[in-house]
Design a protein around this ligand. Sequence first.
Ligand code: 3PG
Length: 208
Amino acid sequence: MTESLLDRVPVIPVVVIENLDHAVPIARALVQGGVPVIELTLRTPVALDAIERIAAEVPEILVGAGTIVTPGQAKQAADAGAQFLVSPGCTPALTKAMTETGLPHLPGAATVSEVLALLEAGYTDLKFFPAEASGGANFLKSIHSPVPAARFCPTGGISTANASSYLALPNVGCVGGSWLTPAPVLAAEDWDAVASLAKAAAELKTTA
Ligand code: 3PG
């Protein structure tokens, strides 16, 4: 993959999956809505199996694993077929394990020092998490001038109400969020609703 993860879609759907049978319909609905990327969070017991199923059955979507919080999860996700990895924070062991998979990945940062440490380690593309709780769009706006090399995918508390204020910033490539796959919509198996939410997200404008 040569294109940055930050430049593929305006919104990376962050999905918490409880029912394995929902994996493929969710992925198809996102593709139908124009968002061919999905980040499955490793927060539920079925997440790795969901990645495996999507990788096998929905080849048109880029499937990744999120909430990588231990080094071992990086390899597990790669073995399941994940094509990219996202972590909410970073430690040297985590970034080493993610690098060893050979997959593109976004380590998380929420402070200027964490951003600088990741730049030193060779990263330019980062996750900013938890975005709203850590200063939101104003934080990213403030650090662009002193730290222009860093680019972000902010996630955490983002929705249609505030996504545009992030996407307008020069150091934001895309945002991430769970609002495209709300739990009640998944429980109702309303795949048309997921496709509609994806369509609205795909139409959000970025600065790119
Ligand atoms: C993440 O893992 O990126 C966040 O939990 C997504 O945050 P949200 O649920 O507030 O969109």
